[in-house]
Every structure is written in C-alpha cells, then in structure tokens.
Design a protein around this ligand. Structure first.
Ligand code: 16G
Ligand code: ZN
Length: 531
C-alpha cells in the first residue's frame, strides 16, 4: 500500500525533468538545483529506509557545499554523524535514477536485500544551507518522508557539521551533548572559554580574526557562536551574505585553489584571516607578510598544528594513547616530511573524501585527519576517551599530568568529532595559537610548503582514468603512469598525480615542485598527457 503511494506521488509530483543519470558521489548528489526535486523526494524515501534499517534517527543535509549558488545537493548522515555507508551509496544511486514506474520495485529490492522490517518506525532530521531554492527542495524531501510514514524534525538552516552533531546527540541520549543548535554553541563555547582562560601568557598571539564566511550559512551561525564567546575572540565578518553570491570569488575553496584572498578583502600585513566554505565544514587560514606576499595555511598546516598540540598534551599527561595523522595525496610534501620526521607522528594516506579519512582515523586512539582543502577533525576512540576521563581523577598521577589530562578532556568537547567543522576548527586553532603564543608567521614557519598547482581537464569519460595507492598511481589507461613518472623526474622535488573528480565531470591534476614556475609547468605537461 505504502509503496503504491510512493510510486503515485513520485510520478505525479516529482518526476525527473530530464533523463540524466546522477550519481551519489563523494559527498552525496550534486547538480544544478533544477534537476534535483525528484532526487530529493527519493532521498526522503531512502532516509526513512535507512532509519528503519539502523533502528535509529538518521539525518539528511541539503547543500552543495562550495559549489556555485545554482547547484544544490543532498547527503545522508548516519546515526553517529558519519557519512553514509558505502553499500547504501549505490542504493541511493539506483533509487535516484529509477524510472517513475520502477520506483516501488527499486525500494522493494533494497528492503529485501537489506532484510528491513518495513513495519518499524522511521525518524529523520534534516536541515539546509542558504541556497535560495533550498526550501522547495527540502519540501520535496519532506514529502518523501511523509509518504513513508516517517516522523521527522526540520532544523531549517544549519551548517553541515551542526546537523552531524545533532543527529549524534539524538542517538546517544545526550551523552555527546544536547541535540539542539543552542546545545552545540554552549558545548563548544564552554570548552573554548575554559581552555582560553587557562592560558596566562599569550606571547605573539592576537585574538583578532577577519573571517570570510563565503556568503553562506556559516555567517549567521558564526554570529550566533560569537554571542556565546564572552568577547574572548574578536571576529570581524566578511562575505556574510548581505550583498554577495554564495561561494562567488570567496570562501575556503576559492582561497585554496586560487591561492589568493577573497575578492574585495584587502590584506593588511600581520593580520589573521580565515575562510569558511559554503556549508562551513571547511576552513583555511591566510595572511600577508610585510612584503604583502600572500601566505596560505591550509588543512595540512592545521593538521600539523593540531597534532603537535595534542602530542604535547598526551606526553605531558603520561597516558599511553597512540596518535596518528591521516592525509590524502593532496597533502603538501613538506607537511608529510614535517609530521613524520620532526613531530615523529605516523601519517597515513587515503583516497580523497571525508569518509576515507574518517575511517582511517578510527584506527588510532587519537586520529587527526585533514584534507589539504581544510576539511578535518580529530577522533578519540572510546578507549582513549576512557583513559583520559579516568586520568583526571586518578590518584597515582602528578598534578601536571592531571592538568594535561583535564585539558585533553576539554579539548575533546571543543572538537566536533562527527565530521570536519569550520566553527569548531576555528576555535581549536585559536586555542592552540594562544597556548603556543604564536602569530600567523610563527605558525607558518613550522615548515615551508612546496609550490604547487591544481588543474582540471574535461575529458570524454572521467572514469577512463583509474587509480590505486590512495590515488597516487594511475593504473588505467596503461602507460599513463610511466609518462607522468618521466615528467616528474625532470623536476627537482617534483610530484604529480591525476584522479577523476568525485564531484564534477573532470579529471584533476596536482603537481608540486621546487618553485612555482616548475609546479605550473609540471601540472601543465601532465594535463596534456591526460587530455
Ligand atoms: C567532496 C568531499 C571532500 C573532497 C571533495 C573532492 C566530503 C564531505 N566532501 O567535497 O572531502 O575533498 O569532494 O572533490 O566527502 P573532487 O573529487 O571533485 O576533487
Ligand atoms: Zn563543505
């Protein structure tokens, strides 16, 4: 009966506009928003099924992150705030592409494959970013939930990481925090204030920050956060959405890829800047030196800063928890050398996409993961959490050890462990800089990035290129890797790889070398081979 209704409503109201094939990629579905209403409806259906399967609340986020304003997207979030399980990605793809008449058959086959008890209740929470047409898409999604008889809560506008946080809170009976937006601000702000006030000598640290919010949802949410921060941070907002297009010539992706400041933001030497992306799950920092030269502190710089800080706390606490760092092929070669040779922290490399990093980070007691593009967080295993928790009240420890353990405990509250979170990462970086007494220059000089270049080329079919070894080697078409190796060998400190994008119909090229001219040349020469 329900399945019949699903089909009828689907073909009446949410029929695909054009017969295009759409794929659940690295970060869910993304496309021009006009093509998405049937996809949203169907993701409502699937979310209800996922909830039945997990016997827990799941979440749906409507956003296309750093993509242009005309695009939109949707992704499903697991009960503990993680990315959707991989086997379900293919269910999502098949249900999104099923012809109207086959919709109920498609649902039925998922129900059978996954042995889902259809009579169980379903509960879903959802939210959206500030894209102008989001509302109509979230209504389409809601129709999908309603027809499945799912209960739901619409959280309206949220950053992606806020929704990840909320769904985890809901499924842990509040053990992770209060499952509201306000609960999120309170938890992070309380941890921030406590850590900030414990630092007495701030050295070169300055609590002023100029923040580019990409004209996205991060702007209004950061304004809310600021109200909770007791004036401990002095944040000036730019690109707050009042007169500018989402992600247009601003935001973390623009700043990282173009290696320049957001349009209209004039850099004053020595001042600290940061950029969020459109849904506030990424952050990068930057500044200009005395010669007005632009310096980027990207996800790699954040990762090394965070790992350095946590390692010091772990050592000071004397606790036996191991720590590791997870990167992708995009990590600057200098960062990897710094981590493994200077900090002596093990570093793993995995394919692009948060789910891969997150999964790998779970292999450590304390796993720090960041993509160079500024997406990242820290995961504390339940073993590590327990050890740290117990240490605080343990009698056999010195006061210094206890104080370090108690700081670690507070740091855990400051970090959104469900997914990379620009707001949480910003607060964490501020605490670390303050603790170390560091200016932007102090932080930047830990290691010097190798000059690098990213390019993309349109090809007939991006899936013609297949990679292995965490995307660092091409295995198909044969011969291409040998050609890349040969080009790389001509450049001092050269490194390059190519990979099919998971979000756009292009092949991406990355190259680094001893100087910018060489990095540019290498990237260009490799791109010619791909084309
Ligand atoms: C998505 C991923 C991001 C990755 C990017 C790569 C998530 C939540 N986001 O935005 O981690 O860096 O895709 O895009 O997984 P690309 O495949 O087009 O290069
Ligand atoms: Zn994002």
């Amino acid at each position: 009966e329900t399945l019949r209704k699903v089909s009828n409503l689907g073909s009446e109201k949410f029929s695909p506009i054009k017969p295009t094939v759409i794929q659940y990629g690295t970060a869910g579905f993304r496309a021009n928003s006009e093509l998405l209403s049937h996809v949203m409806y169907r993701m409502g259906l699937l979310a209800a099924l996922r909830s039945k399967k997990k016997k827990a609340t799941v979440a749906v986020m409507i956003t296309a992150s750093h993509n242009p304003e005309e695009d939109n997207g949707v992704k499903l979030i697991e009960p503990m705030g993680e990315m959707l399980e991989i086997t379900w990605e293919s269910f999502a793809t098949s249900i999104a592409n099923a012809p109207d008449v086959e919709l109920s058959i498609c649902l039925e086959s998922i129900i059978n494959k996954e042995e889902i008890d259809f009579s169980l209740p379903a509960d879903v929470v959802f939210a959206r970013d500030t894209r102008s047409v989001d509302l109509h898409l979230s209504q389409a999604m809601q129709c999908g939930l309603e027809v499945m008889g799912s209960t739901f809560t619409d959280f309206g506008l949220l950053t992606t990481p806020q929704l990840h946080y909320i769904v985890r809170c809901m499924n842990t009976n509040g053990a992770y925090g209060e499952a509201t937006e306000e609960g999120y601000y309170c938890k992070l702000a309380k941890a921030f204030a406590s850590l900030r006030k414990s630092v007495l000598h701030v050295g070169n640290y300055d609590n002023k920050i100029q923040l580019d919010a990409a004209n996205g949802v991060g702007a209004c949410k950061m304004k809310e956060m600021i109200k909770h921060l007791e004036c401990l941070l002095d944040i000036e907002l730019h690109k707050d959405g009042s007169d500018g297009r989402l992600n247009y010539k601003c935001g973390a992706d623009f700043v990282k890829v173009q290696q320049t400041s957001p349009e209209g933001v004039l850099l004053k030497p020595g001042v600290k800047y940061a950029s969020f992306d459109g849904d506030a799950d990424r952050i990068v920092f930057f500044y200009a030196d005395e010669d007005h030269k632009f310096h980027l502190l990207d996800g790699d710089k954040i990762a090394t800063l965070v790992a350095n800080f946590l390692q010091q706390l772990i050592t000071a606490s004397g606790l036996s928890v191991n720590m590791g760092l997870v990167q992708t092929a995009y990590a600057n070669g200098s960062s990897t050398v710094y981590i493994t040779e200077e900090l002596k922290i093990p570093a793993a490399c995995v394919p692009t996409g948060v789910k891969h990093l997150h999964h790998q980070a779970q292999q450590f007691d304390v796993g720090v993961y960041f993509e160079a593009n500024g997406h990242g967080t820290v995961l504390f295993s339940s073993k590590a959490s327990e050890i740290i928790q117990n240490a605080v009240s343990h009698t056999g420890m010195t006061d210094e050890q206890k104080s370090a353990a108690s700081k670690l405990l507070t740091v855990m509250d400051l970090i959104n462990q469900t997914v990379g979170d620009a707001i949480s990462d910003l607060l964490l970086v501020e605490i670390i800089l303050c603790t170390f007494g560091w200016s932007m220059e102090d932080w930047d000089k830990c290691y010097i990035d190798l000059p690098n270049r990213q390019l993309k080329v349109k090809v007939k079919d991006r899936n013609d290129i297949q990679t292995a070894d965490a995307e660092r080697k091409v295995v198909k078409p044969s011969g291409l890797q040998e050609e890349i190796d040969q080009l790389v060998s001509k450049f001092n400190k050269g490194r390059s790889f190519v990979r099919p994008s998971g979000t756009e119909d292009v092949v991406r090229i990355y190259a680094e070398a001893d100087c910018q001219v060489n990095a540019d040349r290498l990237a260009h020469e490799v791109s010619v081979k791909v084309y």
